[in-house]
Design a protein around this ligand. Structure first.
Ligand code: HEM
Length: 200
C-alpha cells in the first residue's frame, strides 16, 4: 500500500465524505428555492440530482480498479460513495414524484409502466434498494459470499442508469459522452477481470 492513501485516510474521515457528498444536494435545493435554476427549475433540479447520482456511481465503480491497477486504496470510501449514489437517485425520484408529477398517480403509473427510459431508471432504483439495505457490517457478515454476489448488481444498475440517461436526452452533451466513455471503460475492465478469472 502506498503512503498517499494513508495520508488521505488521515485527512478525510468517512463521515467527512458524507458531509461533502450531500453539499451538492443542499446547494441545488438552495438554487432552486431562490429561483436561480433557469426557466424550468423543476426539470433543472431533477437533472442536476440525476447527474450527481451518475457521478457518485462512477466514483463507486472506480475504487476497485484504482486499487487493483494503481495500488491506490480508497476502499473505505466505497460504501459511502455507493450510499450517496442511492440517496441521489432517491432524491431524483422524489423530485420526479412531487415537483415534476405533483403526485398525480395515473401519470406516474403510466410513466413507470409505459415509458421505456423511465422503466430503466425505475429498475435501477429498485436494484439499488437491496444494495443500500445490505451495505452495513451485520449484513456483510450474515450474507458472506452472497454479499459479493448481490453487490455485483451495481454493474447492472450502472448499465440501466446509463441507458436511462442516454434515452432521456435528445443529444448527448460532452459531459454525458465522458460519463458514457468512463462507464464503458470501467465495465470493460470488470469484464476482462471476470473472463480472466474464469479461464484461469
Ligand atoms: C440509477 C437510477 C437513475 C439515474 C442514474 C438517473 C439519472 C438521470 C439523469 C442523468 C438524467 C438527465 C438526462 C438528461 O440529460 O436529460 C435523468 C433524467 C430524468 N430521470 Fe432519471 N435517473 C435514475 C432513475 C430515475 C427514476 C427511478 C426516475 C423516475 C421514475 C427517473 C426519472 C427521470 C426523469 C423524469 C428525467 C427527466 C427527463 C426529461 O428531461 O424529461 N430517473 N435521470
Amino acid at each position: 500500500m502506498s503512503s498517499k492513501p494513508s495520508q488521505l485516510k488521515r485527512q478525510l474521515p468517512v463521515w467527512g465524505l458524507y458531509i461533502i457528498g450531500f453539499i451538492p444536494a443542499i446547494w441545488g435545493f438552495y438554487l432552486g428555492a431562490t429561483d436561480q435554476m433557469g426557466t424550468d427549475p423543476v426539470k433543472a433540479f431533477e437533472h442536476y440530482l440525476g447527474f450527481w447520482a451518475i457521478r457518485f456511481l462512477l466514483l463507486t465503480l472506480v475504487i476497485t480498479p484504482l486499487r487493483e491497477l494503481f495500488r491506490i486504496n480508497l476502499i473505505r470510501y466505497r460504501r459511502a460513495l455507493g450510499l450517496l449514489t442511492f440517496w441521489y437517485v432517491l432524491f431524483h425520484f422524489i423530485v420526479y414524484l412531487t415537483l415534476d408529477q405533483a403526485l398525480r398517480m395515473p401519470e406516474i403509473i403510466s410513466d413507470i409502466t409505459k415509458r421505456p427510459f423511465i422503466i430503466f431508471g425505475m429498475l435501477a432504483l429498485i436494484l439499488l434498494i437491496p444494495l443500500a439495505l445490505t451495505s452495513f457490517n451485520w449484513a456483510i457478515r450474515k450474507l458472506r459470499k452472497n454479499w459479493k454476489r448481490l453487490h455485483g448488481l451495481v454493474y447492472t444498475v450502472a448499465i440501466l442508469g446509463m441507458i436511462h440517461m442516454i434515452m432521456g436526452t435528445k443529444v448527448l452533451s460532452a459531459e454525458q459522452m465522458l460519463y458514457v466513455a468512463l462507464f464503458v471503460l470501467l465495465l470493460g475492465y470488470r469484464a476482462v477481470v471476470w473472463l480472466k478469472r474464469r479461464t484461469a
